[in-house]
Each structure stands twice: as structure tokens, then as C-alpha cells.
Design a protein around this ligand. Structure first.
Ligand SMILES: Cc1cc2nc3c(=O)[nH]c(=O)nc-3n(C[C@H](O)[C@H](O)[C@H](O)COP(=O)(O)OP(=O)(O)OC[C@H]3O[C@@H](n4cnc5c(N)ncnc54)[C@H](O)[C@@H]3O)c2cc1C
Length: 531
């Protein structure tokens, strides 16, 4: 058994930010299931929303966030996160992060703020179109020089250990976790009073996603199994514009392309957004994704097109170098021709229910970043608010966890992992088949447009799949693939259950059976807890 003051699961912006701060006061382990830079964070393109200009205000950012959240944002949480933003950004800059700047008419420098859908002002700090990569690099460099942080790469958190599970009578608390060392196949036991889930989202639950392979909902699934409350999983954001090309896996075309004047066209080159929303291409993501979905269904074509070619070549190549390069290598010159795009699962607005300080309903367990549901996003996330939320809440969680530091008064010795009936997993094909089946059924039945019947069909299939996967889990030697499959199935089931219980359309949850809001019955979060 290894003991740390804090164990952070995940090495994206949320986990790294928390770890850097916590390491000033105690020992920290970062457990991360692939290499340390493997994260959604490293893929973020557009940037971070933050009020830094005199033409903008906290009130406007709060208002834009609340409008996008469609009635379900927690206003206090929104205001606090938006207000804390500038200070956290300043800290990031002091660590070496460089956001793009431009020259003012007076010859000085100011942030070159981008604009994205749903924002009434230019307020997106960015580093070209590789903002997340630069942030990840900056934070990892700081972590590398910190002696108080142990980074455990290729270590996958399996499950949380709680006093309840161990049979103690005290208030249920998280007291550690089991971690699979992917190289040796052994399971380590980590003892800690503060466990922080910073495991990111669950885009891989869907067949088409902008997310990297790590996004399998592990944190939400582990928290659920441990008895923490999970909220609002029905609100999955589909990014409207993922590159449609047989050789491009999960390549996102950032919202900023529309923010900089990109227009959406159908297969015959006709603009169509005005049919759906007065804000046209700058409407929030859910509106644009549904409009594209409707156009694809109407025309029977596999994609629509995003055209930025009316901007100058220099501007496009300078503002969107990665998108330009990637498309060019696939034979699409975006300075001259439109980009074929489709919607894809992008961001999990729900997650482990927390307060503004990342505290979950289970003592000793914190959740930060995309894995958490703080109340900032409500029923729909405003673009570029997620990196901001991760930064702010990670900071607050660290402050809170240090104040709360849990010493229980008794020394708890955690039992070693018991592997059960160990056999080699000789039926890998079942894992891959189930993995595919879940992702496809979620795409077909629990996607952008839902119905009761489709949700019921998904629930039925998921019940059977979960039974089969549980059997594997108990009978075979665990592997990272099997653990991810188990988490994927749990997360999919949580999404379906939340979606079934919301009998209205709101934000990202759209169902043909209840196409309108029902404020009387559903103006509240969807909360699920394992009994
Ligand atoms: C293509 C793309 C573009 C985006 N663009 C923007 C943008 O412009 N602005 C914005 O605000 N947001 C953007 N987002 C969303 C944003 O990137 C994420 O919400 C944010 O990075 C999440 O950070 P995180 O620290 O919570 O999780 P992540 O960065 O996803 O990190 C999760 C970490 O947890 C680890 N992990 C997961 N499960 C386990 C386990 N069981 N055991 C051990 N480790 C585990 C992973 O390996 C990873 O290190 C974008 C997302 C994508 C995919």
C-alpha cells in the first residue's frame, strides 16, 4: 500500500492544476492511464473564455453562460467561476503560458481575443488553434520540476475504496483507490484522504466523437459505483463541425472558424442556418448541430460544408494553422474550398455532482474539470467555458481539500486487491464487439434527436451488455480494455437513464416526444445515485 496526501486521477488541465497547488503543502500522486499528455486538454483548439477586455464585463459573460445553459445553470456558480477567471489566467501566464496578442492602435500589446458562438463579445484567449496543447505543455513543464509530485503514467484507476465498502460504521468516505499498472498487470493500492477525479469526459461512448481515446467516462463510472451522486448526463454536447473524411479520426474544426466568419453550406452550396436561427452560424452549438443533422437528413447527404475561403489566405493560415495543415494534407485547401463537416459527440455537461469547490457527495472525493457537474453549464455549455471551469474549480478544490483534510482518527489499512478467479482474457473479440455495439447504439438511439422508444431500446440493450461485461469483470484478469468497456457501459446507462427521466426538450436534450420545455416539472437537475 502506498500513501499520499492527495491522489489525482488524470493529467489534463484540471488534474495538473490541482496537483501543482496541492504539492505546495503535501505529497501528491498523479495517476494517468496513458502518457501524461494524453488528454482532451491537449486537443482543445479554440481557447479559454475569460473577461479581460474593457469592452466586456463579468455580467455579460454570466448572462451569455446562463442563456446557453437554458434555465439550468446555477447562477452563483456561474458568477463565481467567471469572476475568478482573470486571476487563474494570470497564474497560468505566470507559469509561462503565452496567449496570442495583437498590437493596439497606440502601439502597445493586448490579448488577441477570439469570438465564438453564443458569446456576445470577443473574449476567447487563445494560442493560434492549439491552445489546449500549449496549456498542457506549460502545466506539464511545471509539474516536471516539482519534487512533491509523483506521476504514475500508464496506471489506470480501477475503483475507489470507501469506508462503507470496508464495513466501517463512520460516515462513508473515500479513503483510496485501486490502480492497474498497465505494464505489469498488477493492481496497486493507494491510500489517501483526498482523491480527485480529473478524468475528463466520455465522448467515446458515441460512435462519432471529437474526443481522444482516453475519454471513456471512467471518473463518472467510478464515482457512481462508490455511491456519489451523478447529475445531468443527458446533456451531451455534439460539436457541429467535425471533419468528415475517411482518413480523419476525430478531427475537430473549431467553433472559432464560424466566429471568424465561416458559413455553413448544404451540398448544393446554399447557406441554410437562417432557416433555423436568427444568429445563423453564431447560434449556440446545439442549435447548429441540430440544424446540420436536419439538413443531412433532409438532403440524404453524409455531410454539410463549412466555408471560410472568403477570408484572406494569410489570415486563415495564421489563425488556423493546424486546421489548414491537416485539411491540406487530406487534399482540402480551406483557403479555396469548403470543408466537409459532420456533428460528433464532444463535451459531457453532466458528471459527478459537485459544489463550486469540487466537493462531491462522498466525503474525501473531489471531482474537477469535465468529469464534474458544478452547475456552470446547465443544459448546455457555452463554448470555451470548460477550460475556464477546470482552472477555477481545481484551484478552489485544492483550497477546500486542504482545509478539510480528513484525518479520521483511526489508521485505516486498505485490503490488497483480490483478483478473483484469474484467467487470461482469451475472448478479446467479445470486448471489441461490445465496445462497438455500445458506441453504435448510443449514436443511433441516444444521439442529437431522441425519442422514448429509442431510449427504451437503448436501455434494454445496455442492461444485457452490462450483465455480460460484469461476468467478464469477475471471471477474467482485468485489462485496461476491459475496465474501459465496463466504464463505457456504465456511463452509457447513466446517460440513457437521465435522458429517460427528462420528459421535455431542453438545451442539449432534444426529444421528438416532448419537443418543448416543461418548466413546471423539469426546471431542475437530473440526479442519480446508486442505491
Ligand atoms: C477536440 C476538442 C477541442 C476542444 N476545444 C475546447 C476549447 O477550445 N475550449 C474549451 O474550453 N474546451 C475545449 N474542449 C473541451 C476541453 O478540452 C475539455 O473539457 C478539458 O480539456 C477537460 O479537461 P480535464 O482536465 O477535465 O480532462 P482531460 O484533459 O480530458 O484529462 C483527463 C485525464 O484523465 C486521465 N484518465 C481518464 N480516466 C482515467 C483512469 N481511469 N485512470 C487514470 N487516468 C485516467 C486521462 O488519461 C487524462 O490524462 C475541447 C475538447 C476537444 C476534444
Amino acid at each position: 500500500m502506498k500513501t499520499f496526501d492527495h491522489v489525482v486521477v488524470g493529467s489534463g488541465i484540471a488534474g495538473l492544476t490541482y496537483a501543482l497547488k496541492a504539492a505546495e503543502k503535501g505529497s501528491v500522486a498523479i495517476v494517468t492511464k496513458k502518457s501524461r499528455a494524453d488528454s482532451n486538454t491537449a486537443w482543445a483548439q479554440g481557447g479559454i473564455a475569460c473577461v479581460t477586455s474593457n469592452e466586456d464585463s463579468i455580467a455579460l459573460h454570466v448572462r451569455d453562460t446562463m442563456v446557453a445553459g437554458d434555465g439550468l445553470c446555477d447562477e452563483e456558480v456561474v458568477r463565481q467561476i467567471v469572476t475568478d477567471g482573470p486571476q487563474r489566467i494570470a497564474e497560468l501566464i505566470s507559469l509561462g503560458m503565452q496567449f496570442d496578442e495583437r498590437t493596439t492602435p497606440e502601439g502597445g500589446k493586448e490579448p488577441d481575443l477570439g469570438r465564438e458562438g453564443g458569446h456576445s463579445k470577443r473574449r476567447i484567449l487563445h494560442a493560434k488553434d492549439t491552445t489546449g496543447f500549449e496549456i498542457e505543455k506549460t502545466l506539464l513543464a511545471a509539474v516536471a520540476t516539482h519534487p512533491g509530485i509523483t506521476v504514475m503514467e500508464n496506471h489506470m484507476a480501477v475503483d475507489l475504496i470507501t469506508t462503507g465498502k470496508l464495513g466501517y460504521a463512520m460516515q462513508d468516505s473515500c479513503v483510496g483507490l485501486y490502480v492497474l499498472d498497465e505494464a505489469s498487470g498488477e493492481v496497486d493500492t493507494l491510500r489517501t484522504d483526498v482523491t480527485v477525479l480529473a478524468t475528463g469526459g466520455c465522448g467515446k461512448v458515441y460512435l462519432y466523437t471529437t474526443n481522444p481515446d482516453i475519454a471513456t467516462g471512467d471518473g463518472v463510472a467510478m464515482a457512481w459505483r462508490a455511491g456519489a451522486v451523478v447529475a445531468n448526463m443527458e446533456f451531451m454536447q455534439f460539436h457541429p463541425t467535425c471533419l468528415f473524411h475517411p482518413k480523419a479520426k476525430s478531427f475537430l474544426i473549431t467553433e472559432a472558424v464560424r466566429g471568424e466568419g465561416g458559413i455553413l453550406l448544404d451540398s448544393r452550396g446554399r447557406r441554410f442556418m437562417e432557416k433555423y436561427d436568427a444568429r445563423r452560424e453564431l447560434a449556440p452549438r446545439d442549435v447548429v448541430a441540430r440544424a446540420i443533422d436536419a439538413e443531412m437528413k433532409r438532403t440524404g447527404k453524409p455531410c454539410v460544408y463549412l466555408d471560410i475561403s472568403h477570408q484572406s489566405t494569410d489570415f486563415i493560415r495564421d489563425r488556423f494553422p493546424t486546421i489548414y495543415e491537416t485539411c491540406f494534407n487530406l487534399g482540402i485547401d480551406i483557403t479555396k474550398q469548403p470543408i466537409p463537416v459532420v456533428p460528433a459527440a464532444h463535451y459531457q455537461c453532466g458528471g459527478v455532482k459537485t459544489d463550486i469547490n469540487g466537493e462531491t457527495t462522498l466525503r474525501g472525493l473531489y471531482a474537477v474539470g469535465e468529469a464534474a457537474c458544478t452547475g456552470l453549464h446547465g443544459a448546455n455549455r457555452l463554448a470555451s467555458n470548460s477550460l475556464l471551469e477546470a482552472l477555477v474549480v481545481a484551484h478552489r478544490a485544492e483550497t477546500k481539500s486542504n482545509r478539510n483534510h480528513l484525518r479520521q482518527g483511526i489508521e485505516i489499512v486498505l485490503p490488497e486487491w483480490r483478483p478473483g478467479r484469474v484467467q487470461d482474457l482469451d475472448e478479446l473479440v467479445v470486448i471489441y464487439h461490445n465496445w462497438d455495439e455500445i458506441r453504435r447504439l448510443m449514436w443511433d438511439y441516444v444521439g442529437i434527436v431522441r425519442t422514448d422508444k429509442r431510449l427504451q431500446r437503448a436501455a434494454h440493450r445496455l442492461r444485457n451488455l452490462q450483465t455480460e461485461i460484469q461476468e467478464f469483470y469477475w471471471n477474467f484478469k482485468i485489462t485496461a480494455d476491459l475496465l474501459e468497456l465496463r466504464n463505457l457501459a456504465t456511463t452509457a446507462a447513466l446517460i440513457v437513464d437521465c435522458a429517460i427521466s427528462r420528459k421535455e426538450s431542453r438545451g442539449l436534450h432534444y426529444t421528438l416526444d416532448y419537443p418543448d420545455h416543461d418548466d413546471v416539472k423539469f426546471l431542475h437537475n437530473t440526479l442519480l445515485r446508486r442505491l
